[in-house]
Each structure stands twice: as C-alpha cells, then as structure tokens.
Design a protein around this ligand. Structure first.
Ligand SMILES: [Zn+2]
Ligand SMILES: [Zn+2]
Length: 305
C-alpha cells in the first residue's frame, strides 16, 4: 500500500502530497520515472557523455534544458497512442493564470521575452506540429507550457563521482583510513572545481507526476534524490512524518535555504510566484526585511540588472 495521497491543501497552495502512514527518517516515500526528461544541451560542449534517454553517466549545468523539455513534452503528446490522455497528464502539472505565466516566462527569458518567446515558438513549430499539439503552439499555449516547465521542472543529478563517493563512504574502515579518504575526496573535488568551475551536481531536468505535487517548505521533511545514477527520482523522509502531515521538499538550493527569510521569500516569489508561509517563515515573520551585509550587496546587484 502506498503511504501517501495527493489532495488539495487547505491554503492557497493548491495540491499537496500528504502522508497516510508514519515515515521514519531515511524512509523512501516514493520512486518514479519522469514523464519526460532531457539533459542540458551543453553537456556535449563539456564532453560529458550520457544516455540521452535516462541521463546515466554524465555531468553538468543550467537553463538550455527548459526548451528541450518543452519540445519533449510536445513530442510526448504527438507520439502518444492516446494524445488527449497525454495532454490531460501534462495539464495535471501546476499551472497558473495567463498573467502569472507571462510573469514567470519574463523571469525565465529576461527583458526581451516577448520577442524571444515568439522566436522560440516559431522554431518549435518547425520541429513539432500537428493537430494534437496545436493548442500549445499558440502564443498563450506556448507561454503556459514554458511556465509549466519553469515551475515544475525538477533538476536531475546523475554524477558518477558523487555515486562513487557515496559508495566508498559506506565501506567499513579504520579511523585513520577514513581520515585519509576524506582528505583524498576533498582534494578530488578541489581539482574538479579548478578544472571545470564550481562543481554542479545537476545534468538535466524532468517532469515527475507525483513528486511535482510536493509543495515547498523552508524546513522540508523530505528530499528528492537520484540514487540510481539516472533520471529515476526517489523521495526520502528527512525526519519522521506522521499520517496526515504534508510532505514537503525545498525548492531552494542548499545555500539559499540557509539564508534569511527575506532572501528565501524573494527567490520563491520571483521563480515560483508564491509567498512562503511554512513553519520556519512564520516563526521568522517578525525579523527585519534585510538582515546582513550579504543581503545588502545582493540588493545592489539586483538593482543593476
Ligand atoms: Zn539510458
Ligand atoms: Zn518558508
């Protein structure tokens, strides 16, 4: 029996994932393959070799993936034996009003977004067309799809190095050996960073039907991992979760999650268009809007762009 259900939350968050049984820390809540996934276009430029279907064995960074994911959604619909069922599946992902979609795409593509989106839409319709996908190739439909990818796309990390590090850390060894191993791994990451810039453990992006209904919390009780070195996601409990409790992950990266309420909320408002009222945010509601010097310089940078 599954230990979770997807249902409407009491707040404005829409759908959410809720536990229907107790989970202990480390328990696997669910595992699933994505509806569609794709790797970053510049994996090739970095000479990271990977299976184009499941992303096994490869490496590297950001946003070129949104476009490919979008094309794959259209191809998924077009190649499906039942296109209307496929469209219904795609439409289950969180979607918003037309204005909100436009705001998200603006953030995704920058100032020239209207022009760029039209160019992308024209190019996309050269690659995929047909009655089944027509509704997504209108200006509004295309904008909706871009916003859907922007808010629901889950980064997929399949680093073979990280897999090796995890396996090797599980080996039983003496304290002395452990210390030497830790030093070696630190050095290894340092070399990787010198060679290829900051080490990013993300290689692609995918749409997951169940996992995408997980809402955000700044004090998450679950996390998404990729333990098989491919695009199969595993949702894991970070702390005990009681029946009826909402299962939440963090949409923010590790670093942003450590920052002040002000910084977290700014990031969430810009990228996901919501105000977070998680336990942690609520308890910090009385904190001043700007807290540290770091936050100040962050504001300055924002003012320039
Ligand atoms: Zn594969
Ligand atoms: Zn929060």
């Amino acid at each position: 029996m599954e230990g979770f259900e997807i249902r409407l939350t009491s707040s404005k968050k829409g759908k959410g994932l809720f536990a229907t049984k107790k989970y202990d820390q480390g328990d696997v809540i669910l595992e699933e393959d994505p509806l569609v996934s794709c790797q970053f276009a510049w994996n090739a430029a970095y000479r990271y070799l990977a299976c184009d279907y499941c992303m096994r064995q490869m490496h590297y960074p950001p946003e070129t993936t949104s476009i490919m994911l979008l094309v794959r959604i259209l191809a998924y619909i077009q190649q499906s034996s039942d296109p209307s069922a496929a469209i219904a599946k795609v439409k289950q992902f969180c979607h918003r009003t037309e204005n909100e979609d436009a705001e998200l795409v603006h953030k995704l593509l920058g100032e020239q977004f209207t022009h760029q989106m039209n160019t992308l839409r024209e190019m996309t319709s050269h690659v995929v067309s047909g009655d089944e996908v027509q509704e997504f190739l209108t200006p509004e439909g295309f904008c909706t799809l871009m916003a859907l990818v922007g808010t629901n796309g889950q980064g997929i990390g399949t680093s073979p190095l990280a897999m090796w590090v995890n396996s090797v850390l599980e080996i039983t060894m003496s304290d002395d050996e452990r210390q030497q191993l830790d030093l070696f791994i630190d050095k290894l990451y340092q070399y990787v960073e010198e060679e290829s810039g900051s080490f990013l453990n993300t290689e692609g992006s995918g749409l997951f039907q169940l996992q995408s209904s997980c809402n955000h919390s700044c004090a998450p009780n679950a996390e998404s991992t990729f333990p098989y070195g491919n695009h199969r996601v595993q949702l894991k409990a970070l702390k005990p979760i009681m029946p009826g409790e909402e299962i939440c992950i963090s949409y923010l990266d590790e670093c942003t999650l450590q920052r002040s309420r002000h910084s977290r909320q700014k990031e969430l408002a810009q990228n996901y268009l919501f105000v977070c009222w998680c336990e942690r945010c609520s308890s910090q509601a009385s904190e001043p809007d700007c807290t540290s010097e770091e936050e100040m310089s962050d504001e300055d940078i924002d003012a320039d762009d």
